[in-house]
Write a protein that binds this ligand. Structure first.
Ligand SMILES: NC(=O)c1ccc[n+]([C@@H]2O[C@H](COP(=O)([O-])OP(=O)(O)OC[C@H]3O[C@@H](n4cnc5c(N)ncnc54)[C@H](O)[C@@H]3O)[C@@H](O)[C@H]2O)c1
Length: 354
């Protein structure tokens, strides 16, 4: 699999650099038309800046979706494809995904199936999409509240990281993105973990580090047949929590769910004696203090476990997890029992004392 070029500016703000590079990239790529996919928030906050700074896009078509995970569905993908037809996008068109992880996952998926595949680039606008979702070529949509059940591996032609977009991102979404940066540290980089503990802030260098960690892992295992699975640390529980919440008419953001998932899966790692009690304490405390963690006391363990039955990582009815075996080190394909999971849920709830 070819790795896309990820363009990251040297400085955060002002980052004229990013738009100059994007314009230059667009000018040298002969596309018949451009279609920008955004949600209503990124249309309002990011699109005007983009159109002002990249005049080459002035005649582009715009497809807007409502914001939020509830719209990352197969139905919405079909609507986007219909809109592409209406815009007469041909196989030589470029789709530009301007948004958070919902837009990049959905837009990448539509681009990979529309007319059997058209070129696309990501312009991530949330911390989570910059540090994680826009990297690695996984695209997809949810089905019946189960995360990313329908999807493709298809790599964007380029990813342009424009940190200036983050100026309008709500604070809660910054924390959501920080969760994935902590995940990258826990599975692969003990030094990044130490740096995050010291700063507890999002700096462009932490986003960059997270991108580099993911790029390196994906390069060696693009289709997740082995080591790439470590990037799912925290996500077995996270996806089940997101689905359970939606089923109850509530919502837990992906970042919040990943924060809770990492705490519970760290506890499972401790139960299995992969990490010490001291490490469990350090990780749990750090994540609770640094991240937005959700109250899940209203959901029964059985609800959460039922959602896990459909997790893509499972094999023949067994729940397979990626579990850390140290800070900055992770293993995968580990069978986890319902009783271990139950204990981890109890640990999580006791830690937060809602
Ligand atoms: N493909 C992958 O490898 C991968 C990895 C991690 C997560 N994901 C997916 O990413 C999604 C979560 O991404 P997310 O947290 O970015 O969610 P999101 O796309 O829903 O964005 C969060 C919120 O922030 C708003 N927003 C985004 N950028 C903004 C900006 N610059 N200014 C103002 N508002 C802005 C959005 O409209 C939305 O309301 C999930 O669907 C998850 O499955 C995919």
């Amino acid at each position: 699999m070819l790795m896309p070029q990820v363009y990251i500016p040297e400085k955060v703000i002002p980052d004229d650099d990013s738009f100059t590079r994007l314009s230059a990239w667009l000018k040298k790529s002969p596309y018949t038309s451009y279609t920008i996919l955004c949600d209503s928030n990124t249309r309002r906050h990011c699109l005007p800046v983009l159109l002002r700074r990249c005049v080459i896009l002035k005649n582009c078509s715009i497809i807007e979706i409502p914001p939020g995970e509830a719209n990352k569905t197969a139905e919405m993908a079909m609507k986007v494809c219909e809109a592409l037809l209406l815009a007469q996008a041909d196989r030589y068109s470029l789709i530009i995904n301007l948004g958070g992880g919902v837009v990049t996952d959905l837009g990448g998926f539509c681009a990979s199936i529309y007319k059997r595949g058209v070129d696309f680039i990501h312009l991530p606008t949330s911390v989570l999409a910059m540090a994680d979702a826009s990297i690695g070529g996984k695209n997809g949509v949810d089905l019946q509240n189960v995360r990313n059940v329908i999807g493709t591996f298809s790599t964007p032609n380029a990813v342009f990281v424009v940190p200036a977009f983050l100026k309008t991102l709500p604070v809660v979404e910054h924390k959501a993105g920080l969760a994935e940066i902590y995940k990258a540290a826990l599975v692969a980089d003990g030094n990044l973990w130490k740096a995050l503990k010291r700063q507890n802030e999002i700096y462009d260098r932490n986003i960059l580090k997270s991108i580099q960690i993911k790029q390196k892992i994906v390069k060696n295992d693009p289709f997740e047949s082995g080591r790439r699975k470590v990037l799912n640390f925290g996500h077995s529980v996270a996806h089940a929590l997101e689905g359970t919440a939606l089923e109850h008419g509530a919502s837990i953001s992906h970042g919040e769910a990943v924060a809770a998932g990492m705490i519970m899966e760290t506890h499972i790692a401790w139960q299995k004696k992969y990490i010490t009690a001291k490490a469990l304490e350090e990780i749990s405390e750090t994540l609770v203090n640094a991240l937005q963690v959700p109250d899940i006391t209203q959901y029964g363990p059985d609800d959460i476990i039922r959602f896990m039955a459909n997790d893509k990582k499972n094999r023949g009815g067994e729940m397979l997890f990626a579990l850390i075996n140290g800070i900055g080190s992770c293993t995968y394909d580990i069978v986890v029992s319902k009783s271990e999971l139950n204990k981890s849920i109890r640990h999580y709830n006791s830690l937060l004392k809602w």
